[in-house]
Design a protein around this ligand. Sequence first.
Ligand code: HEM
Length: 329
Amino acid sequence: MGFNIQINVVLVIWFVVCVGSIDADQFCVNFYSKSCPSVEALVLGVAKQKFVEAPVSAPATIRLFFHDCFVDGCDGSVLISSTQKHLAERDAADNKNLAADAFDTVNKAKAAVEAKCPGIVSCADILAIAARDFVALAGGPNYPVKKGRKDGKLSAASRVTGNLPQANYTVDQLLNLFASKGLNRSDLVALSGAHSIGFSHCDGFLDRLYNYHKTNKPDPSMDPKLLKALRMSCPPMGGNTDILSPFDVNTPFKFDSMYYNNLQLNLGLLGTDQALMGDPRTKTLVQFYDKYGNNFFQDFSSAMDKMGSIAVKTGNQGEIRKDCTRFNA
Ligand code: HEM
């Protein structure tokens, strides 16, 4: 009984629906119900196709959404291409590994939507919908996405530093950064569960293999077999920069709660993943999400909704870009 009430409350929070005539200042699940009712179907169609052609598009797009939202809000600013005179967000050092398939997904979805409803749907909303679609296609929850975001008119590489977490952050640093975005401890642990799918380049965890906290030794909290395997693919220097290691060695393309199981077996890939198990403030949530996968899905969905609401621009605070890679003239 109590459980049902809790679910209903959560759903009420998500299903923020526009009532009456929908004006430009609103931010709600049915924002395009009159102006572009097929938007969700169009984006899903592209996501499905990309998921078959290039499954890496799924983790890549979820990560792209996170990187968009944490830097000046979810406003599609990460999608802008640099020009000769201006270095855009996507070319900042912290964004260098954002995968091309994620940008391709958004651009293809935008083309499909523009063909049906020109000038109506923002790139920021398309990215939010596509990220959710990939979570669901990979086996995760299919949560409702609020819409009505405007595309930002600023995208600068210099804005990125300090707004995205580093792979060697402590739990304190993670909690502080997430708190600065309005996200709490359970949001941090639930959102980290996105690392249930996808891959990392060696530079994300190299220090853990050879020189953890400048000790010239590996991270003692890494399983010795995992350490050995990762050292084979990632030598101390001069390794192939194309090598990718899965976050979840067991089910790298399945969005599930295996990530939390792995952390309890010292199989976390990044320092920040494993650190969640080493701190009492986050450890209990790791154990909880491993044991109760449904609660993970619920909390992940509501945390994605919160993350997707960071500093959203509505009305005349932004524009509806014609081309997601450049500002309107
Ligand atoms: C908690 C702090 C976090 C840190 C330090 C972190 C760091 C990283 C790093 C270093 C990579 C590997 C990138 C590469 O080498 O290609 C990565 C990948 C990824 N991250 Fe995170 N991340 C964090 C939180 C999140 C959140 C909140 C989400 C989404 C909700 C997310 C989604 C992903 C996904 C899906 C991938 C795989 C990307 C791919 O395979 O293309 N991460 N992250």
